[in-house]
Design a protein around this ligand. Structure first.
Ligand SMILES: [Zn+2]
Length: 92
């Protein structure tokens, strides 16, 4: 049986941001999971302060994780994709 799922289900993708020294998230231009053009890496009509936070993208790339253009928070390991797990969360 073939299971469907995202790279998150394969354990090779992560959603993250950068926090300042006080634990506050840096302004990335949008909220996490805001699916709008403003969340795209190519969107540049943002303040200079927000554009400076492209540090996240360059840092992730420097360790071999790649991005998808539409989500500034999503990074994926650039290697062989393992299968989707067969276990089910025990959620109520
Ligand atoms: Zn993600």
């Amino acid at each position: 049986m073939r299971f469907k799922g995202s790279d998150h289900n394969r354990g090779i993708a992560v959603d993250l941001t950068i926090l300042d020294r006080n634990g506050n998230p840096l302004d990335m231009g949008t909220a996490f999971d805001e699916f709008s053009p403003k969340s795209h890496h190519t969107y540049i009509e943002l303040s200079p302060e927000v554009l400076k936070n492209w540090l996240l993208k360059t840092t992730m790339a420097s360790i071999g994780l790649y991005h998808i253009n539409t989500e500034w928070w999503h990074y994926t390991w650039n290697g062989k994709k393992p299968p989707v797990g067969k276990w089910v969360w025990d959620c109520n």
